[in-house]
Design a protein around this ligand. Structure first.
Ligand SMILES: NC(=O)c1ccc[n+]([C@@H]2O[C@H](COP(=O)([O-])OP(=O)(O)OC[C@H]3O[C@@H](n4cnc5c(N)ncnc54)[C@H](O)[C@@H]3O)[C@@H](O)[C@H]2O)c1
Length: 278
């Protein structure tokens, strides 16, 4: 899919941050956009703002952990616009914690949203794209945390590495049908992502309580000092039109990627040199 203009985009997590910014960027390029989010109030506001800017827009409340809700969102998209070409599986949350101290219910919660939410989007929308026979593009929002394992963020890193591997697989599987796949892998972007962990099922401090905690303040400062979401969304639209596998945003993280690959290759070389399986 080399042109976004005239296409229909469906976007999850579109009431805030990167999802909303991508909706605006795609609309600026002439796409019709179907916004979805579990936050009904935020969604209504986002839809009204986009419509006021002249975009052709619809919306559907959808929690990506609920397969039936994702199916209903696809149906609503087709009822509203007749077709869908660009599917953006973007909804996500972030939690951290130290090994041995992360409640299993929190693990399941983040896996359900960050990984299974993407799976639901792919499984529901791929047959629609295939049946239309007009090609298309899937964007799965991963993260730099899908390439570099920052300490203290195991649940987030694990889900984002999974989305990276999943997207690479899909890219090879769908290329023959003219359906591109990209993994959006930003570093820090100024959104509300640092506030999402307070909805974790195990409870813990509320956002209000955490605001006086230095660890939270540090994370908030990093996110608030991150890239502008609209700029990242514009670059994402460029990468979709160029059919790139990866949408990277932070040039200064390249050294970290090289270091990781050096480590992988070092351990690979160990078995090459050992020769026992050659
Ligand atoms: N902000 C960053 O620094 C950054 C960096 C890398 C990747 N990301 C990823 O970008 C994506 C978007 O996050 P953001 O930074 O815009 O944060 P955000 O909190 O501003 O937006 C996330 C949106 O997802 C929605 N959402 C959460 N759970 C949902 C669910 N179960 N069903 C439907 N909607 C749900 C929220 O209501 C919210 O509108 C996430 O996948 C996140 O992991 C963010």
């Amino acid at each position: 899919m080399t042109e976004i203009s005239g296409r229909v985009a469906f976007i999850t997590g579109a009431a805030s941050g990167l999802g909303l910014a991508m909706a605006k960027a795609f609309a600026r390029r002439g796409a019709k956009v179907m916004l979805s989010d579990r936050d009904a109030d935020g969604l209504a506001k986002a839809e009204a703002d986009l419509r006021a800017s002249g975009a052709e827009v619809g919306s559907v409340v959808c929690d990506v952990t609920d397969l039936e809700a994702v199916k209903a969102a696809a149906k609503a998209t087709l009822e509203r616009f007749g077709k869908v070409h660009l599917v953006v599986n973007n909804a996500g949350v972030a939690i951290g914690g130290q090994p041995g101290a992360i409640p299993i219910e929190d693990w399941r919660w983040i896996v359900d949203i960050n990984l299974m939410g993407v799976v639901h989007g792919v499984e529901v929308f791929t047959p629609i794209l295939q049946a239309q026979g007009e090609g298309g593009h899937i964007v799965n929002t991963a993260s730099m945390a899908g390439h570099a394992a920052l300490p203290g963020a195991a649940p987030y890193n694990a889900t984002k590495f999974a989305v990276v591997g999943y997207s690479e697989t899909l890219r090879n599987e769908l290329a023959g049908e003219g359906i591109g796949v990209s993994a959006l892998c930003p570093g820090w972007v100024n959104t509300n992502i640092h506030k999402t962990g307070f909805e974790r099922p195990s409870g813990g401090p509320t956002l209000e309580q955490a605001q006086s905690d230095p660890t939270y303040q540090q994370m908030a400062a990093v996110i608030e000092g991150g890239l502008d979401a609209d700029a990242v969304a514009e670059w994402t639209a460029d990468c979709v039109e160029a059919n790139r596998l990866y949408v990277f945003t932070h040039a200064d993280f390249k050294a970290g990627i090289e270091q990781r690959f050096d480590e992988v290759l070092k351990d690979y070389q160990a078995i090459v040199d050992d020769g026992r399986f050659s």
